[in-house]
Design a protein around this ligand. Structure first.
Ligand code: ZN
Ligand code: ZN
Length: 271
């Protein structure tokens, strides 16, 4: 969940008069900052805090409002910034429109930083859900719904129209397998700690496979020393286990590995 930056956290001024109470509303309207927002904001949360102070200054000193206009703001660092807060009217949606919807500001502009990032969308979505816990109904709209403005900008408005869905979390990338290191005790390699076997699909490969193949090839078994344990290696393992009296199988388990460096059977005659 998004962390909340309190008013003290962005060094807000006190409102110049008390808010109008609004215990419930039909939903939330989404806004953007418009204007230029430095693309550096993505890596610098201080820019978010500075923007909050700038807007509050404009809203109080230039517009003559009592405070920063919005209930909440969401930033590209997946944080929510406290504006007027909950259960009160915003001054953001336009005359006559503020008692129907609360207002949340997304810190994204109309030039510079214009494409909302996943973290920004998560923050706004978190803000909407938080407002719903404090009296907001289910409607999610943009500033331009009912008021002549480009706000909240094309990309954000398209998202709002879809119902402000959570961005899909990127699926975790499968970790590449750790390369197998073969440790030698003199001329004898240590058991690599895994059973070499022929598996379908992505075949087992590694230095351990190559070392075993190399040893078997030197002993006259016919197989490619390519570090890939394919059908051919499985056949050789089967023949070798049979020749040495190991339990039947076509894998190189710990016993087969140990036997490979301790006893040399004659190669099987090919059929
Ligand atoms: Zn707006
Ligand atoms: Zn931020």
């Amino acid at each position: 969940m998004t962390t909340m930056v309190t008013r003290a956290g962005w060094r807000a001024r006190r409102p110049t008069s008390s808010y109008t109470q609004l215990p419930r509303a039909r939903g939330v309207k989404v806004h953007y900052t418009g204007g230029y927002v430095s693309p550096k904001i993505v890596d610098d949360h201080d820019i978010c805090l500075e923007l909050m102070r700038t807007f509050q200054r404009q809203h109080i000193d230039a517009n003559g409002w009592s405070d920063f206009a919005y209930n909440l703001a969401g930033c590209p660092h997946r944080r929510l910034l406290e504006g007027r807060g909950f259960g009160v009217m915003s001054a953001a949606n336009g005359p006559g429109l503020n008692d129907d919807h609360y207002a949340i500001l997304a810190l994204v502009g109309s030039s510079g930083f214009t494409q909302p990032t996943d973290d920004l969308l998560h923050a706004v979505r978190d803000g909407i859900e938080l407002l719903r816990k404090h009296g907001a109904g289910t409607e999610i709209k943009g500033h331009r719904d009912g008021y002549s403005t480009s706000c909240p900008g094309g990309p954000l408005y398209a998202w709002v129209r879809k119902g402000a869905p959570r961005p899909r979390e990127a699926p975790a990338k499968p970790k590449p397998p750790k390369p197998v290191k073969v440790v030698w005790d003199g001329d004898v390699p240590r058991w690599p700690g895994r059973v070499l076997k022929h598996v379908g699909g992505a075949m087992m490969r590694g230095e351990d496979v190559r070392v075993w193949q190399d040893k078997m090839a030197r002993r006259g078994w016919k197989l490619d020393v390519d570090g890939v344990f394919g059908e051919q290696s499985a056949d050789v393992a089967r023949g070798y286990r049979r020749a040495t009296g190991l339990p039947a199988g076509d894998t190189v388990d710990k016993a087969t590995w140990a036997m490979t460096w301790s006893w040399t059977p004659p190669p099987e005659k090919s059929a």
